[in-house]
Design a protein around this ligand. Structure first.
Ligand code: CP3
Length: 363
């Protein structure tokens, strides 16, 4: 049974996700608990990044930092974790190298590697392997005391496959493209395996206290529209369908789900029919055009260029005005966010101004 938590005092984001009217648009930003905040560095100290994810105490502290700092503005918390905890649960080693990013010492290179057969054959105990995430979620819900809803998340199968075969970030996508154009059939088997783990992981996050779920397909934009239909979309659909079915079966709340397929502007129409209540937009979309395509089928989330937070106050106001106008005033079917994660080096006061300008233009 899910634990008992304090009643929600602010359900703006859940209402907006379900298409209900809100007094002002709900707001949060991707990577809101992160390196642009001095208190993040202080709390993280010398701890390794994944050690922070594995400590429910540290993860919940980091999750709450932006909620405290932007009290009254931020309408959701997102659990401090990473999409790469799934490859770890599947048995792959992943390190976070300071100033470099994630590194897999032994990436998966070819379907003829023993590692490929092992990954497919392994029965991952998703409850046990990722128990620290569920504990962090439950503790965070307790600490939040109903202030705002807590978002759980996972990486999309395509994006996770990219990391597993590239062994880290990349600009070339040489390995990932090899799995699209040479090992497509073997790739699909692995994508299916990852999808099944994603479903179980998301359901267990809800059981632990997550009130909304987001699937991050950060590398969707590397695919052609045709490859997206083969390597990404079927698995995004599988996840929404089966997560909802399993939540229902287990008597859990069927929480709203968001899909964020970065760079897949060409697939917006399909994403509106992929079983998610919310579709996240990066900054390549013009708000008004996206609203026209979505045509009331989903709630849209986004989509300011995170780079505007390096800019002048006047450019922040400009971007906000363009979004508010494009998203139709903001009282319905819009969740305010950036078009991708907030970047290190941003002055936290600029994010505050962004939130203040949204409030000023929508109330
Ligand atoms: O506040 C939040 O949004 C919650 C926490 C969160 C993190 N990662 C913390 C993090 C979330 C939702 C993620 C998801 C994630 N992780 C994605 C999908 C979203 C996206 O940005 O596209 C991806 C691709 C990853 C993989 C990952 N983790 C990369 C590529 C990196 C290095 C990137 C960089 O900025 O250098 C990380 C590290 C990471 N994940 C940090 C944080 C706060 C920085 C760690 C540090 O150096 O302290």
């Amino acid at each position: 049974m899910p634990p008992d938590f304090a009643p929600l005092k602010n359900d703006r984001i859940l209402r907006a996700a379900r298409g209900q009217t809100v007094d002002r648009p709900p707001m949060w930003v991707m990577r809101q608990a992160g390196r642009y905040l001095p208190e993040y560095h202080e709390a993280k100290g010398k701890n390794d990044f994944f050690a922070c994810c594995r400590s429910p105490e540290i993860a919940s502290t980091l999750t709450l930092q932006p909620i405290d700092r932007y009290d009254g503005f931020i309408d959701a918390a997102i659990i401090f974790s990473d999409i790469l905890v799934i490859p770890q649960a599947m048995g792959m080693e992943v390190l976070m190298v300071d100033g470099v990013g994630p590194r897999f010492p032994n990436p998966l290179r070819s379907p003829s590697d023993q590692q490929y057969a092992d990954l497919l054959a392994k029965e991952v105990d998703v409850k046990k392997e990722l128990d620290y995430v569920y504990k962090a979620i439950t503790l965070t819900r307790q600490k939040l005391d109903g202030r705002v809803p807590l978002i759980g998340f996972c990486g999309a199968p395509w994006t996770l496959l990219c990391y597993m075969v590239e062994g880290g970030g990349t600009k070339m996508f040489r390995e990932a493209k090899t799995w699209v154009f040479k090992y497509g059939e073997e790739g699909k088997k692995l994508l299916q395996k990852i999808s099944e783990i994603c479903v179980e992981y998301l359901v267990l996050q809800v059981e632990a206290g997550a009130q909304m779920l987001q699937v991050f397909d950060s590398w969707a934009g590397e695919l052609t529209p045709a490859s997206f239909e083969v390597m990404s979309l079927p698995y995004l659909r599988y996840i929404s369908k089966h997560t909802k079915e399993r939540l229902k079966e287990r008597g859990l709340d069927v929480v709203p789900m968001t899909v964020f397929a970065k760079g897949a502007w060409y697939a917006l129409d399909q994403l509106c029919e992929s079983g998610y209540e919310v579709v996240g937009l990066d900054w390549l979309h013009d708000p008004a055009q996206a609203v026209e395509i979505a045509n009331g089928r989903v709630t849209l989330q986004g989509n300011a260029d995170p780079g505007v937070l390096y800019g002048s106050d006047a450019s922040i106001t400009n971007v906000v005005e363009h979004m508010v106008q494009g998203f139709g005033g903001g009282k319905q079917r819009w969740i305010v966010n950036l078009g991708h994660g907030i970047t290190p080096g941003v002055d936290p006061e600029k994010l505050k101004l962004f939130f203040q300008e949204i409030v000023r233009h929508t109330t």
